[in-house]
Design a protein around this ligand. Structure first.
Ligand code: GLY
Length: 391
């Protein structure tokens, strides 16, 4: 059997659906392939939109991208609500970072100095100010920081809304696994599904999160440099909302932990970070550490109802930045490697990829995230053989 599309997107998580929606909006015929859309990193993500509090030293260009994407969320929430009637849980709640002891506070002060150097909105807090903003934090915390512009969205609600708008825009969603790419004459011309079906397409986008390298038949050098980084989140519920009103993050003896409150009383506690390959089994020790550290910051956590633990695989990259853009194989592009920022970077990735797929180039500010930055030496794909040729 054969069907065809202008664009085939391999992966129906937030990134795949975002790219599909925006590309269909530009008139492309789009097919998304995913046997279980939204079951990857999205299912475990807490949905923090936190360019300031997730700032890491040496990641300046990523910061700019994160800020630009965060700024689009208000419009996205409005547009998605208008089209679907759904609330994606975008809340401009701000984030309080609490230090557990003097050493954590010193790290926070250093980070604050760095944030200020970059012109970011962040305010140091005394212990008393932390308690004024969040009365249910532990007494005696030495201080903290307020990032008033770091917000949250509910990733699962966002995924549902994106699926609906994509379908309404004409996207074909196939619950099928793409097993191999069809490459001929130096370009990709489609993908083959598990059942042998061939889908031909002018362009193929790899958007498979941590599993992005699983498509057979591609020259090795165009496979994105992505590895799985396991993360566990605990999903808890209070009878009444109000235990905390901001996202509360903290460093407890150097270990990061965060608590994300939803309107309905649910609290997501995250997240572990483990280099464990594709192992998605929940690990008891990680759950214990998260609960222990969350409770150290907000003691009332121990009274919440335990709903479930979610395990996801973040698509990590060598420089912690996403991989967005065209590869050296004609017709093949990548929207992946979003590591800790997949939810946050969904809007900007979707728009940049839609531009690439219709106009041939991503916006200039996305060039630093090209898949080609990991290319070890100049290379091209042999146009006759469809095989890699190293120059
Ligand atoms: N961005 C939060 C996490 O990756 O845990």
């Amino acid at each position: 059997m054969l069907s065809s599309a202008d664009v085939i997107i391999v992966g129906g998580g937030l990134i795949g659906l975002g790219v599909a929606w925006r590309s269909a909006g530009r008139g492309l015929r789009v097919t998304v392939l995913d046997p279980s859309p939204g079951a990857g990193a999205c299912a475990a993500a807490a949905g923090m939109l936190a360019p300031v509090t997730e700032l890491h030293y040496g990641e300046r260009s990523l910061l700019d991208l994160n800020l630009a994407s965060a700024a689009r969320f208000g419009d996205w929430a409005g547009e998605l609500a208008g089209l679907t009637g759904r609330d994606i849980g975008y809340r401009t709640c701000g984030t309080v970072v609490a230090a557990w002891d003097g050493a954590d506070l010193k790290d926070l002060r250093d980070l604050h100095a760095f944030q200020r150097e970059l012109g970011l909105e962040a305010q140091l807090l005394t212990g008393r100010e932390v308690r004024e903003l969040e009365p249910n934090t532990a007494p005696g915390l030495p201080g903290g920081l307020l990032a008033a512009g770091d917000h949250q969205v509910d990733p699962r609600r966002l995924h549902t809304a994106l699926g609906e708008v994509a379908i309404a825009a004409g996207v074909t969603m196939l619950p099928s696994r793409a097993v191999s790419a069809v490459v001929s004459r130096g370009r990709v011309s489609g993908v083959r599904l598990e059942d042998g079906t061939l889908i031909s397409g002018d362009q193929v986008v790899l958007a498979g999160g941590a599993w992005i390298r699983e498509l057979d038949g591609l020259p090795p050098q165009v496979l994105p440099a992505v590895r799985p980084v396991k993360g566990q989140t605990l999903h808890l519920r209070a009878a009444d909302p109000g235990l905390i009103t901001h996202v509360v993050r903290g460093s407890v003896r150097g270990r990061p932990v965060y608590l994300v409150p939803r309107d309905d009383g649910r609290v997501v506690v995250g997240a572990s970070s483990e280099e464990a390959g594709f192992d998605t089994r929940p690990r008891a020790g990680a759950m214990y550490e998260l609960l222990r550290d969350a409770q150290a910051l907000v003691p009332g956590v121990s009274e919440l109802e335990f709903e479930h633990v979610a395990t996801g695989l973040r698509p990590g990259t060598p420089d912690n930045a996403p991989i967005i853009g065209a590869t050296d194989l004609e017709g093949l592009s990548v929207a992946g490697g979003h590591y800790r920022n997949g939810v946050l970077l969904t809007p900007i990735t979707a728009d940049a990829m839609a531009q690439l797929l219709t106009e041939g180039a991503v916006p200039p500010e996305l060039l630093a995230f090209s898949p080609r930055r990991f290319t070890a030496s100049p290379q091209s794909i042999d146009r006759d053989q469809g095989a890699p040729a190293w120059n």
